[in-house]
Design a protein around this ligand. Structure first.
Ligand code: ADP
Ligand code: MG
Length: 394
């Protein structure tokens, strides 16, 4: 039956020439198999199964660079275990909370409570009350509750570790149910700087996800491309090219998938029949431009003003210096009747802009004229930066 519908959709010109199923390239999609993460899946699933059998559960802390498959592996394991639980005669459920997105303690605990079917109002209750209701409901349910706190570094930096500590110790209050915490972070420094007490209770088991190499990214992309694209649409070499580019950036699978998706979108926009290496090159630029645009529009005002002056100066004569930028910046501040920031602050701002990759600056020693900084902007990035600054009036 589906074939008839597909046929009609194609005939009526609804279907994409390039994509068979775009959803598969969406960041939230969970594939059926996760190549090169078999060991991580086995270790995590085994640990959770042991916990479901009645051992005191140990908490797990998972870390590794972005795009190494941490989120997808954990979601894969917990959702499969939940699926199997009833056939194993076990009660098992999970809460998945991304604490970068749910950014208050109230929202985090409310979301954990909701995952076992509790109704919690959006506001109005004390956090301790939501917590108490959760613990009571959990104990009368009496199963293993897996709590996944993704990007947990954001939470701890903002709200401290009280809730985490409470959850870690909750097993002492529970008589029938059990809680196991899985913390995930992209930030290795966070793990190293974590209070040793918290680290040892939150991460009784630690798992480090290594970056993928180009070959591994190739398998991952190939598998996804077969589902996402129409047959024969991807030209030879495209997938290995995307893999190689992403491998250079620390083996980030998200980046590799984004490249492939954007390449396909560009091919489609151009009405091309196939996705070629040229499309991937355009995609690289488009992604980088998107990143630059975002980082410029979210800059604070003084940073924007400094960048705007740099743009004007390099457009007039290729490169500029800290001194020139400072003069131009102070002039507009005076025109606007504001007190300019100090030269030192402006130098710091220039260094920040450099670290963000928005400008290129080089310190040169001019002998008796002292040290100065030569500032440039990549030509191909100028239009995006100007576009992102178009609302800054000065
Ligand atoms: P992290 O949480 O470590 O930043 P993710 O789990 O979000 O990384 O993975 C990034 C993207 O790459 C997701 O779209 C995910 O589905 C995909 N991915 C990562 N590892 C694999 C793998 N081994 N097999 C298939 N897809 C993967
Ligand atoms: Mg993640």
């Amino acid at each position: 039956m589906a074939d008839i519908i597909d046929e009609l959709i194609r005939k009526r010109g609804f279907a994409s020439r390039i994509f068979r199923n775009r959803e598969v390239l969406h960041p939230d999609y969970i594939p059926d198999t996760l190549p090169h993460r078999e060991n991580e899946i086995r270790r995590l699933a085994e640990h959770l199964l042991v916990s479901a059998q009645g051992m005191r559960p140990s908490n797990v802390l998972i870390y590794g660079l972005t795009g190494t498959g941490k989120t997808v592996v954990v979601k894969y394991v917990v959702s499969k275990l939940k699926e199997k639980a009833s056939s194993l005669n076990k009660r098992l459920d999970y809460a998945y909370v991304n604490t970068r997105k749910l950014d208050t303690t109230y929202r985090v605990i409310a979301s954990i409570a909701q995952s076992i079917g509790l109704r919690v109002p959006h506001t109005g209750l004390a956090i301790s009350e939501v917590y108490r209701r959760y613990i009571n409901a959990l104990d009368s349910w009496g199963g293993l509750h897996i709590i996944v706190l993704d990007e947990v570094d954001y939470y701890v930096k903002r709200e401290g570790d009280d809730l985490i500590y409470k959850l870690v110790r909750a097993n002492e209050e529970l008589s029938k149910a059990k809680i196991v915490l899985i913390g995930i972070t992209n930030d290795v420094n966070f793990v190293e700087n974590l209070d040793p007490r918290v680290r040892s209770s939150m991460g009784e088991i630690e798992m480090v996800f290594p970056p993928y190499n180009a070959e591994q990214l190739f398998t991952i992309l190939k598998q996804r491309a077969e589902l996402a694209f129409n047959q024969g649409v991807i030209e030879d070499g495209v997938i290995s090219y995307c893999s190689a580019l992403a491998a250079r950036e620390h083996g980030d699978a998200r980046r590799a998938l984004d490249l492939l998706r954007v390449s396909g979108e560009i091919a489609e926009r151009e009405g091309a029949e196939r996705v070629t290496i040229e499309h991937v090159k355009k995609a690289t630029l488009e992604i980088e431009e998107g990143r630059i645009y975002q980082s410029v529009v979210t800059l604070p005002l003084h940073q924007k003003l400094v960048l705007k002056k740099i743009v004007e100066l390099v457009e007039a004569k290729e490169s500029t210096t800290t001194g020139e930028v400072y003069t131009a910046y102070s002039n507009i501040m005076r025109n606007l009747k504001y007190e300019p920031l100090s030269l030192r602050r402006i130098s710091e701002i220039i260094s920040q802009l450099d670290m963000m990759g928005l400008i290129i600056s080089e310190v040169v020693n001019r002998g008796k004229y002292g040290i100065t900084r030569i500032i440039k902007i990549r030509k191909d990035m100028l239009p995006v930066i100007k576009d992102a600054l178009k609302d800054v009036e000065a």
